[in-house]
Design a binder for this molecule. Structure first.
Ligand SMILES: CC(C)(COP(=O)(O)OP(=O)(O)OC[C@H]1O[C@@H](n2cnc3c(N)ncnc32)[C@H](O)[C@@H]1OP(=O)(O)O)[C@@H](O)C(=O)NCCC(=O)NCCS
Length: 170
């Protein structure tokens, strides 16, 4: 298994993984399936901002991960929010952790300071994965989301990527 940057050829696999998670989980708070064209536009927008989209390949696409700006205002420029999705047939084998570790390395290399995961409170695998990868819960917001006719809790977990108080060029 290797981790590599995604290409346009990966879009069908990325779209299938995304849509399976939309249909069968509360990982993504929408019930709308995306087309491959929509996923391609999303990937291009992410890459245009200088952010990575990574896939785990072995030999097919097993999962993907990415990060982007946490919030829009310039004061948030050292913070990113990431996401990770593993194909339903390949979960529970440590792949999520491998992708998160690769995203942490990429964000660190870009000079980011804090990495944030926004996780459904009813997603024990993701909560566990992130705790094991050095993320700590910093906020839990009850019933801020809704999907499949139920309220959803949002848990924010964050990891500081460099030394506290590290100097910044600004
Ligand atoms: C969440 C997800 C990314 C985790 O990736 P994964 O490759 O399946 O997870 P890993 O094999 O790395 O295991 C993560 C940890 O969670 C644990 N875990 C897995 N399923 C669990 C469950 N249902 N309850 C509790 N812990 C669970 C594993 O045992 C492991 O802990 P360990 O390191 O102490 O053994 C993956 O399941 C997934 O893509 N799910 C659907 C989309 C999603 O939820 N994405 C995250 C959005 S924030």
């Amino acid at each position: 298994m290797i981790i590599r940057p995604a290409t346009e050829q990966d879009i069908p696999a990325i779209t299938a993984i995304f849509n399976e998670a939309v249909a069968n989980s509360n990982a993504i708070w929408t019930e709308k399936q995306d087309s491959e064209a929509e996923r391609l536009a999303w990937m291009k927008a992410r890459l245009a901002l200088g952010y990575p989209v990574l896939v785990a390949e072995g030999p097919v696409v097993l999962g993907y991960g990415t990060f982007g700006d946490f919030r829009a205002f310039p004061g948030y420029r050292y913070s990113v929010e990431h996401s990770v999705y593993i194909h339903a047939d390949h979960r529970g084998r440590g792949l999520g952790r491998v992708i998160v570790d690769a995203l942490v390395a990429a964000a660190t290399a870009l000079g980011k300071h804090v990495m944030i995961a926004g996780i459904d409170g009813g997603n024990p695998a993701s909560l566990r994965l992130h705790a094991r990868a050095g993320f700590v819960e910093v906020a839990r917001m009850p019933e801020v989301g809704r999907k499949f006719g139920r309220w959803l809790d949002l848990v924010f977990m964050q990891r500081v990527l460099d030394a506290a108080g590290a100097a910044r060029p600004d």
